[in-house]
Design a protein around this ligand. Structure first.
Ligand code: CDP
Length: 220
């Protein structure tokens, strides 16, 4: 079974996907973490070479590994960068990096490969539209911008990352804008995706709404 979860920045996709993965006994894959890892690599390379453009990134020198689990781990050239990729410096640039086609092509290949032969739930922006257009269930998640900003504020605080609510909100709006308007695989709700607005739903309620949709689609 393949479940695709797409939607706006910080709308609770990964929380929902993790809860569903646990409930259904399937593997959760965070595609955004991969774009964030490449962005971190770009930032590191740009320290050494300030005129390096995103297009010039040597992709053959980047190895990304994703280890699924209760707390998934993302490795960049064998180093655990699971926390570092949540830093504001990465969030600030990740949408520009994700708009580059050769980066998308490489990651989409990788995402399909790690899903091969498994039952998975993957979250991102183009999972239902590009990565798995034949997914068994497609969910499209949204929530009010102020709710999303507050949730991300609390999440970053728990990770020990300080950023003001205003800065977070403007980053989310900027990313939504870039992600929705880029020419390659823009964020979009496909005709066969179920929309869940979780502004007024708590974690358990959003899980139940999604489970009902999954049951109706798969007769499980
Ligand atoms: O968790 P949050 O909603 O902040 O974002 P994320 O899922 O970690 O994704 C970070 C960024 O990666 C997004 O803003 C997109 O620019 C990009 N992304 C993408 O282009 N395609 C995906 N399948 C997943 C993420």
């Amino acid at each position: 079974m393949i479940i695709a979860v797409d939607g706006y920045s910080a709308c609770g996709k990964s929380t929902l996907a993790k809860d569903l993965a646990k409930e259904l006994g399937i593997v959760y894959i965070d595609s955004g973490a991969m774009y964030r890892a490449i962005t971190l690599y770009y930032l590191e390379q740009r320290e050494k070479n300030p005129i390096l453009t995103i297009e010039e990134l040597p992709l053959d020198q980047i190895q990304i590994d994703f280890i699924p689990g209760h707390k998934p781990i993302i490795l960049l050239n064998n180093k655990d960068v699971s926390d570092e990729i949540r830093q504001p410096s990465v969030s600030d640039l990740v949408s520009e990096v994700s708009a580059v086609s050769k980066i998308r092509t490489a990651l989409v290949d990788f995402q399909r490969k790690i899903a091969e032969g498994k039952s998975i739930i993957m979250d991102g922006r183009d999972i239902g539209s590009v990565v798995f257009p034949n997914a068994d269930v497609k969910l499209f998640i949204t929530a009010a911008i102020d709710t999303r900003a507050k949730r991300r504020f609390l999440e970053l605080q728990q990770r020990g990352i300080q950023q003001s609510l205003e800065q977070i909100k403007s980053n989310l709006l900027k990313r939504d804008q870039i992600d929705s308007t880029r020419s390659d695989s823009p964020l979009t709700q496909t005709a066969d995706a179920f929309l869940i607005d979780n502004t007024l739903l708590n974690r358990e309620q959003q899980k139940q709404v999604a489970l009902n949709i999954i049951k109706s689609k798969t007769n499980n």
